[in-house]
Ligand binder design. Sequence first.
Ligand code: NDP
Ligand code: 8X3
Length: 254
Amino acid sequence: MSTSTVLITGATSGFGLASARLFAEHGYPLIITGRRVDRLQKLSDELSALVPVHYVPLDVRDAQAVSEMVATLPESFRNIEVLVNNAGLALGSGPAWEASLEDWHTMIDTNVTGLVNVTHCLLPILRQQPKASIINLASVASNWSYPGSHVYGGSKAFVAQFSRNLRCDLAGSGVRVTSLEPGMCETEFSLVRFKGDQEKSDNLYKGVNPIRPDDIADIIFWIASQPAHININSLEVMPTSQAWDNFKVVRETD
Ligand code: NDP
Ligand code: 8X3
């Protein structure tokens, strides 16, 4: 069993859940967080058979709660070597002028402010480690524009650039930083984006053979397992069935 702990935000579903299981299989003590307590409890019960698990109900938007979570960590979980900044969401997929301002704020508060809250609190701990990793969940939407991405893509562009800038400050400290940028992966992501419309979510993935949460967990584990002298700066991954499309041109005759 490893003596170094892995902290995962948003471990109640999707990438976070799959990563928690994979790190546990490899013997890493875990701190798992998310808002849905019942799911955290269930996952903790499942994984405690393999490794020590500390679960903390946490909304990453609440800077005070994040700070308290870190300040009150049991001594045996303070040795955090891997931070998976995964909690995040998209809300809505229509054009910008139809989006709700509340949804925009929620995405910024979660994907930008929440990730910054957690990172800021964890940096002093991570910097004490001989080798550590911050793995930030950005997106293909960080790099490429598409209709309906507006604030979601903007928030993920922040994550990618923040990751690169952190790298500059942390170079030589032993703390590696990665911007992981997946494309279409079937999780609860689209169910959340489409406000609970399961049919719309299912249709999006129909016939696509999308990325699976376990695929992303494998990549996260691989990034964290690199030797100390290697930093994976960014990694963009799509299902084979997904690719870029042409620029949009609106003609006067349209
Ligand atoms: P899921 O919806 O399956 O999981 C999202 C996780 O984030 C849940 O565990 C949820 O937990 C947590 N979360 C959301 N809001 C908060 C909050 N305010 N505080 C704490 N936790 C929160 O989606 P994915 O696993 O697909 O998404 C994980 C990350 O990957 C996200 O950042 C997403 O933007 C990104 N991503 C997803 C892609 C995809 O196609 N699926 C592609 C590229 C990037 P809870 O609700 O219990 O709080
Ligand atoms: C999620 C992937 O393509 O829906 O970040 O923006 S996409």
